[in-house]
Design a protein. Structure first.
Length: 342
C-alpha cells in the first residue's frame, strides 16, 4: 500500500515559502510604519515613485539573483547601469552640445547598448570560468573598467568639461522613464513581465534547474554532465543585459546620462536579492523574493527621504539590514541542515 503524499503548500507554487512570507509581512509592516510617521507616504505621487525606483533596482536584481544562485556575485552592475544609459543616449546623436558623429534610431541604439553590457557580462563569466578568478575580484575589476569606458564615451560624445553628462530629449526615452502603460508606470510593467519570464525560466527550463544545481554543488553538477562554465557565463550575460536595461530606464527618467550615474547601486541591488531570501552561498533563491526585496529597498529609501533622514544614517541602516539578512540566511541554512535526513 503506497503512502499518500502530503498536500503541497499552495503558497510555494508562487514562490511564497515561509521565508518569503516573512519578507512580505516585513514589507507591509515597513509601509505601515512610514505611513504613520508621514501621512503623505501613501499618496499617489509617493507610491508612483516607489514603484518606479523598485522597478529600476528590481530589473537589475533579477539578473543578480541568477548570479548569486550559482554562488557568484556581480559588483559591476552599477557601472553597467551607467554604461548602458550613456551608450543608449549617446548613440542617438541628439545630445545638447554633442560632437558625436553617430546618429542611430532609438531601437538600434538600445540594442547596441544592451549588446555591449551583455558582452561585459560575458567577459565577467569567461574570466571567472576560464581563468578561475574569484567572482568578487573579476567583477570588481569590471566595475572599474566599465566606469572608465563610460567616462571616455561621455567625454567623446559631449567633448565639453570632462565628466559632463549627456543631456538630451527623446520621446521614447521619456516614455521609458516617466510614461505609463494602462495607468501603470512603464518600467513597472517591464519589471513585472521580466520577473514572470525569469521565474518561469528558473522553474521550468533545464537551464534554470542547472543554475540551481551549480549553486548547490558545482562538482556534483559537473559530474552529472552539466556544462557548469556555460551556466555561469549565461548568468553573467543576463546580469549585464538587465543592468544595462535598468541604466537605460534610469537615463530616461533623468533625461541625462552621467558617468557618475548609479554610483553605489550595486549594494542596493545585492541587498534586494539577499533580503528577498536568495542565499549568498548559492543554490537557493526565488524571483518572487527578489521582487519583494526590491520593493522593501524602494520603500525604505523613499520613506527615509520623506522623513529627511541624512544620507549617512540611511547607509548605516541599509548596511545593518543587509547584515541581518545574511545572518538570517546562515541561521536558515543551519536549521535546514540539522533537520534534513543524513
Amino acid at each position: 500500500m503506497t503512502k499518500a503524499k502530503p498536500p503541497q503548500n499552495p503558497l510555494k507554487k508562487v514562490g511564497l515559502g515561509s521565508q518569503q512570507l516573512v519578507i512580505l509581512l516585513s514589507l507591509v509592516g515597513l509601509t505601515a510604519l512610514f505611513s504613520m510617521l508621514n501621512p503623505t507616504f501613501l499618496s499617489e505621487r509617493s507610491l508612483d515613485n516607489i514603484f518606479r525606483v523598485s522597478s529600476i533596482y528590481g530589473i537589475a536584481a533579477l539578473g543578480m539573483t541568477m548570479v548569486i544562485i550559482t554562488g557568484g556575485i556581480d559588483l559591476s552592475v552599477s557601472s553597467l547601469f551607467a554604461l548602458g544609459g550613456a551608450l543608449g543616449a549617446g548613440l542617438l546623436g541628439i545630445a545638447y552640445s554633442a560632437a558625436n558623429p553617430v546618429k542611430l534610431p532609438f531601437f538600434m541604439a538600445i540594442l547596441i547598448a544592451l549588446g555591449v553590457t551583455g558582452f561585459m557580462g560575458l567577459i565577467n563569466g569567461l574570466v571567472i570560468t576560464r581563468l578561475n578568478l574569484a567572482p568578487f575580484v573579476a567583477t570588481l575589476g569590471m566595475m572599474t573598467i566599465a566606469r572608465g569606458i563610460t567616462y571616455v564615451y561621455t567625454d567623446f560624445t559631449v567633448r565639453g568639461v570632462p565628466g559632463s553628462p549627456i543631456t538630451f530629449m527623446h520621446p521614447w526615452f521619456e516614455w521609458l522613464g516617466g510614461g505609463y502603460i494602462a495607468g501603470i508606470p512603464t518600467q513597472g510593467v517591464i519589471f513585472i513581465v521580466l520577473a514572470v519570464l525569469a521565474s518561469l525560466f528558473l522553474r521550468y527550463t533545464a537551464m534554470g534547474r542547472n543554475i540551481y544545481a551549480v549553486g548547490g554543488n558545482i562538482e556534483i553538477a559537473r559530474l552529472a554532465g552539466i556544462n557548469t562554465g556555460l551556466v555561469i557565463m549565461l548568468t553573467y550575460v543576463i546580469s549585464g543585459i538587465l543592468a544595462g536595461l535598468s541604466g537605460i530606464i534610469l537615463t530616461g527618467r533623468l533625461l541625462s546620462a552621467s558617468p557618475l550615474a548609479a554610483n553605489g547601486y550595486e549594494m542596493d541591488v545585492i541587498a534586494a536579492v539577499v533580503i528577498g531570501g536568495t542565499s549568498l552561498s548559492g543554490g537557493r533563491g526565488s524571483i518572487f523574493g527578489t521582487v519583494l526585496g526590491a520593493l522593501i529597498m524602494s520603500v525604505l529609501n523613499n520613506g527615509l527621504d520623506m522623513l529627511n533622514v541624512p544620507s549617512f544614517y540611511q547607509y548605516l541602516l541599509k548596511g545593518i539590514i543587509l547584515v541581518m539578512a545574511v545572518i538570517s540566511d546562515q541561521m536558515y541554512r543551519q536549521r535546514t541542515q540539522q533537520t534534513s535526513p543524513v
